[in-house]
Design a protein around this ligand. Sequence first.
Ligand code: ARG
Length: 445
Amino acid sequence: MLHFTASLPFDRRLALCDIRGSIAHVEMLASRAIISAEEAELIIGGLEEIREEVENDRFPYDLDFEDIHMNIEKRLTEKIGPPGGKLHAARSRNDQVALDTHLYMKEEIKLIDHFLKQLQETILDLADRFVDVLIPGYTHLQRAQPVMLSHHLLTYFWMLKRDRERLAGALERSDLMPLGAGALAGTSFDIDRDQVAGKLGFSRLYENSIDAVSDRDYIIEFLSVSAVLMMHLSRLCEELIMWSSAEFGFIELDDAYTTGSSMMPQKKNPDLAELVRGKTGRVYGSLFSMLTVMKGLPLAYNKDMQEDKEGLFDTVDTLKGLLPLLSEMLETMSIDRPRLKEAIDDDYLCATDLADYLVRQGASFRDAHHAIGKFIAFCRREGIRLRELDAEKRRQFHPALAGEISALLDPVKVVEVRRSRGGTAPSAVKKQLQIARNLISEQEK
Ligand code: ARG
């Protein structure tokens, strides 16, 4: 029974948060004369010794005590005797575990946000570095229109910006102090919850003791932010995987982030990118797991809620593990310029501009679309590029096509004219890049 119900194997990682929370609690108990100053000093001394044991991997974890909270209390009593038992006055493990998880969540969210900012900066650097490179832009994974590689990459900057905004929301909802809720109803001791909150750096308190011990929204919110983030990273990695295939050949990933095959000597597998894509599954899994755990629970605490931890910890580890690597992999990737030039040389990508040209010559867009469609179908059958068909033959599709159209078939020019705000012209992309850089530097102030 103990083996099955214990959370010690995984909630050990809350040990330092637990000690911080207990010290704040004890100081408050003493300041309210619920325990004496001498007792508080003794308890805090003991907790500090325990902190050292935890930090130096010397803490004697004991599975006979089911979780980290009981382990620490038992260890405290071993160290200082009966006064150790006074630590838990006016507190329950229900509000204690909630406090620990809030403290943990706040720390980890800040760290993850830091990694996300780094990834954004990496993307900005790449956008700078590749500012003269064009790639085919795709819809339906069919070549659509040429775009700047920087423009394409910056898309991920904006996704991450939204992820970070959502993460800030999750941080705000983690920044609520639950201690003082007791098991569920509060306590008859004259405690000072504001003091505890102030000491631990919380901005606000839970105003309802039942809510304080029943709430796992902040965890679900973090998991849901993480799920959206992973979806974004997975899309990025999917593109890197495709782009590094022989079929695309647009980029090459540095050897440090790929592996060889045990059988096929020619292979260079994008393992890191694949694993980021793959690990998206476990993050989604943790989100669904917690949504499901919570959906039928009556108020207030139920043991089911202990299931909040493994998925949360796993998600934190997954993000902290992959984010720095992803930045490094992007920083070190190289592009195959000749190959990209070849891809961009496909002048069918300029079809929209040809149609727009006919519209400017007075055609309706529908007629123009039809005429260019036939022009392209013809060239496709002949196996030639649009620019290879001479003016007289072009006339059959639309009289205006007999004029000089070579500028319209030049991808560089086609990109240059897309100067609308947020468009792919170099001038617009440079503006976009500046806006993005300003956003990051404002955060540094
Ligand atoms: N290990 C428990 C958890 O993680 C701590 C709270 C237990 N409270 C209780 N009344 N059994 O949720």
